[in-house]
Each structure stands twice: as C-alpha cells, then as structure tokens.
Design a binder for this molecule. Structure first.
Ligand SMILES: NC(=O)c1ccc[n+]([C@@H]2O[C@H](COP(=O)([O-])OP(=O)(O)OC[C@H]3O[C@@H](n4cnc5c(N)ncnc54)[C@H](OP(=O)(O)O)[C@@H]3O)[C@@H](O)[C@H]2O)c1
Length: 253
C-alpha cells in the first residue's frame, strides 16, 4: 500500500515510516528538514519517497497532489501527524507562533484531508482508504492552561476526525483518531521528560499501526494513558484545569 505521512523527519512520524516499511508498504513522507529526508531515503531506497514541503502553505499541498496525480500514484492511507506546540501564557506567546499551531495542526490537516478524500473518490470509490489523524490526550481534557491554543487545536482534530469518520462510514474509508500521551520527542522538550509514563516514539508508532490494522477507530497508546483518559471523565473541570496548570507551569520553568 501507499502511505502518505506528514511530519516524518523526527519523532512519531519518523518511527511510523519504519513501521510501515517493515510491513512492506511504500511511504511518501512530508517534512521540511532536507538532511532527515535524505537519511530516510538512504535507509529505505525506493520504499521511501521524500516530499520536502512546508504544508502550512496551501499551494505546497496542491503541489504534492499534482505530483501524485501526474505519476498516477494512488494513496491508500493518509496520516496527519505533523504538529507543533508553543508553551507559554497565550497573550505573551509571539502571535506568529499561535498562528503556526493553527496553520499546521488545523488548517493544513483539514486541507490535505479534503484533497485526499476527493482524490480517492475520483480514482475508485470501491477501494478501501484510511485516514489516521494524530490528536493528543489533551483533546480529552477541559483545556490547557499555558498551552491553550495547542490544546484547542487538538480538540479540533478530535471533533473533526469523529465527524468525518461518521460521514465517510458508508464510503469505504476507515478513519482513526490517535490520542498519544507524553512521548519522548523534540516536541516542546518532551525528550527531556522523566515521567515514568512518558513513552518512546517507536512504541507509540508501533501501537498506532497495530490499532489501525486491528480496525480501531480510537487509538490511545499505552495503558497509563488509557487509565488517565478514563479517570479524567470523573474529575471536576475546575480541579482538572488547576492540575494541568501546575503540570504545564513546571514545563515552562
Ligand atoms: N510528543 C508528544 O508528547 C505528543 C503528545 C501528544 C500528541 N503529539 C502529537 O503527535 C504528532 C507528532 O509529534 P512529535 O512529538 O513526533 O513531534 P516532533 O518530533 O516535533 O515532529 C514534528 C514533525 O512535524 C514536521 N513539521 C513541523 N512543521 C511542519 C510544516 N510546516 N510542514 C511540514 N512538516 C512540518 C516536522 O518536520 P520538519 O521540521 O522537518 O518540517 C517533524 O517531522 C503531533 O501532531 C503532536 O501534536 C505529540
């Protein structure tokens, strides 16, 4: 199968490339770091096709789909993984960084998904396609003090994913929302986290792929994350926000 993944140059996306290629799939990987895309190309040869594009620019998403159409490449699974986060008091964060979170985590995800669904329907409505959207356990929480825009973007991803999953249910699309908890990547310094429940990106990627092929619609990697999401349902909103404020404040220091 052909898998299109955004944000493959590091973290969870980098590991997803390896997980899919291990299972004999071909990966079309998007990112902006040339050296990392070359590293993946050298490692995987013709199983990996690098796409060096900043997907916050709509015209770059158009270019990617033009290339795929020109070469008659049909994508089987789209994985919206690329995401950014900027910690801090909302009103003190450089406004450009607030915009970057909305542009990448929401706008580019929506546009690439729109292009993918339409391309798939034009090609062959009988073929099964997959959409995997990477949200966060943050989406299950009431809000994110000192991480407010990021949490908002992930709540959007969750709602959007559930909405299109139901719309596409009778159209041969399998849609899965992924809700990772803390994962050791360069994302807001998570690689320095020492919590016992912070997961390795390799493990998270492996679970995502297994869950998708096991036909799950919701994937929460890790037992601790599953328990925390469940317990979160019973914590009063105000108390949850106070706890989250403490956690994020610690990261800021
Ligand atoms: N790490 C965690 O604790 C955690 C927890 C929950 C959810 N998540 C979510 O999981 C996903 C992956 O996160 P991660 O931790 O693996 O992050 P990461 O290590 O920082 O990787 C982010 C990826 O996104 C790509 N990217 C960023 N801006 C881009 C742009 N404008 N155009 C194209 N690609 C872009 C980066 O590549 P370039 O810089 O080369 O473009 C990189 O490959 C994100 O959606 C994140 O919100 C992470």
């Amino acid at each position: 199968m052909n898998i299109l993944i955004t944000g493959v140059t590091k973290g969870i996306g980098y590991q997803l490339v390896s997980e899919f290629i291990k299972r004999n799939h071909k990966v079309f990987g998007i990112g902006r770091t040339e050296s990392k895309l070359l590293e993946l190309k050298n490692k995987y040869g013709e199983d990996f096709i690098p796409l060096n594009y900043d997907i916050t620019l709509e015209e770059n998403i158009d270019k990617i789909f033009k290339i795929l159409d020109k070469d008659k490449i049909s994508i089987d699974i789209l994985i919206n993984n690329a995401g950014v986060g900027f910690l801090g008091e909302f009103y003190n964060i450089d406004y450009k960084n607030n915009e970057k979170m909305i542009d990448l985590n929401i706008k580019s995800l929506v546009y690439i998904t729109y292009k993918f669904i339409n391309k798939s329907l034009e090609e062959n409505i009988d073929k099964i396609r997959g959409i995997i959207n990477i949200s966060s356990t943050a989406a299950f929480q009431s809000g994110g003090p000192y991480f407010a825009v990021y949490y908002g973007t992930k709540a959007f991803v969750s709602s959007f994913t559930n909405g299109i999953a139901e719309e596409l249910g009778d159209k041969n699309f399998k849609v899965m929302g992924v809700y990772p908890g803390p994962t050791k990547t360069e994302f807001v310094g998570m690689d320095k986290e020492k919590n016992f429940y912070t997961m390795e990106s390799k493990k998270v990627a492996k679970i995502i792929v297994q869950d998708f092929f096991n036909k799950k619609e919701v994937s929460i990697p890790g037992v601790i994350n599953k328990i925390l999401v469940f317990m979160g349902k019973f914590i009063p909103r105000k108390l949850e926000l106070k706890l989250l404020k403490k956690i994020q404040l610690k990261k800021l220091k």
